[in-house]
Design a protein around this ligand. Structure first.
Ligand code: NAD
Length: 268
């Protein structure tokens, strides 16, 4: 039997109208999952992702929502209930940057990133964990009661000058992930993270869209190329699938080696 690895699973992917979230939504659908495609401000883009999935005879619905707002978060999972009868996987992917040198960072800029990247991840994860428990284990669907996958960043580990809010948020999500994993593993809720390195998306366009910028960026990547969204999406499919059933509380770095202190290649 060659069953798709996410057949019968129902996923909510936040920030799925572009970049990494979009690629994860498409890859999940390809792997057999029904997907709630969350978008924030770009409804057309969200609908386009959903249309692409439906066009390939997959199952998807697009739902607007701001993940930093509890009521919007409820709506995402209500949509999963209404359209697919429940949820098995959360990918907490929505995120943004609001960069500034530390001494110039405003409270507004700090809060914007913490509210979205950290508090948004918390709100979605808490809501989905409650719903997993209410639904109960369905062994025909998955060996786990549910799976939570946070999209963090190499900056959950690597300090990043000029991005204190972002690094603090991603470092916070790492500890949120590990604490949740420790607390919920005995209930068969699997919690993990993917930490992308430099992936070509709108969030970091300035870092790769000219040859000079790309050359500078590639110096930080031992594997010698900038990542594609599919690199992250394929890892997410595996981590969410039963093939990774014994993977609990782990961060999978999908970064071409960026977190390996590449400056030390020259001997340090
Ligand atoms: P992106 O800008 O394409 O995606 C971010 C998504 O979040 C967008 O779809 C946006 O609409 C959504 N979003 C913004 N505010 C929202 C809100 N309030 N509620 C719901 N959704 C909201 O960039 P991306 O690179 O695809 O980023 C996705 C995730 O990957 C982010 O968490 C980012 O920090 C992380 N990441 C990206 C890279 C990279 O190199 N691209 C590296 C490490 C981590």
């Amino acid at each position: 039997m060659n069953q798709k690895s996410l057949a019968g699973q129902r996923a909510v992917v936040t920030g799925a109208s572009s970049g990494i979230g979009k690629a994860i939504a498409l890859a999940f659908a390809e792997a057999g999952a029904a997907v709630v495609v969350n978008h924030h401000s770009d409804a057309e883009a969200g609908k386009a992702v959903t249309a692409e999935i439906l066009g390939k005879e997959g199952r998807a619905v697009s739902v607007r929502g701001d993940v930093s707002k509890p009521r919007d978060v409820q709506k995402l999972f209500d949509a999963a209930d209404a359209h697919f009868g429940g949820v098995d996987i959360l990918v907490a992917n929505a995120g943004a940057q609001a960069d500034a040198p530390f001494l110039e960072m405003t409270l507004e800029g700090w809060r914007k990133v913490i509210d979205l990247d950290l508090t948004g991840a918390f709100l979605c994860a808490q809501e989905v964990a409650k719903r997993f428990r209410r639904q109960g284990l369905e062994p025909n669907r998955s060996r786990a009661l549910g799976k939570v996958l946070f999209v963090t960043s190499v900056h959950q580990r690597i300090p990043w000058a000029g991005h204190a809010n972002y690094a603090a948020a991603k470092g916070g999500v790492r500890m949120l992930m590990e604490t949740m994993a420790q607390e919920l593993a005995d209930q068969k809720i699997r919690v993990n993270a993917i930490a992308p390195g430099a992936i070509k998306t709108p969030i970091n366009k300035a870092a790769w869209d000219t040859p000079a910028a790309a050359r500078k960026l590639v110096k930080l990547i031992p594997y010698g190329r900038i990542g594609e969204v599919e690199d992250v999406a394929q890892s997410a499919v595996w981590l969410a699938s039963d093939a990774a059933d014994y993977v609990v509380g782990t961060t999978l770095f999908v970064d071409g080696g960026m977190s390996l202190y590449p400056d030390f290649r020259e001997g340090g």
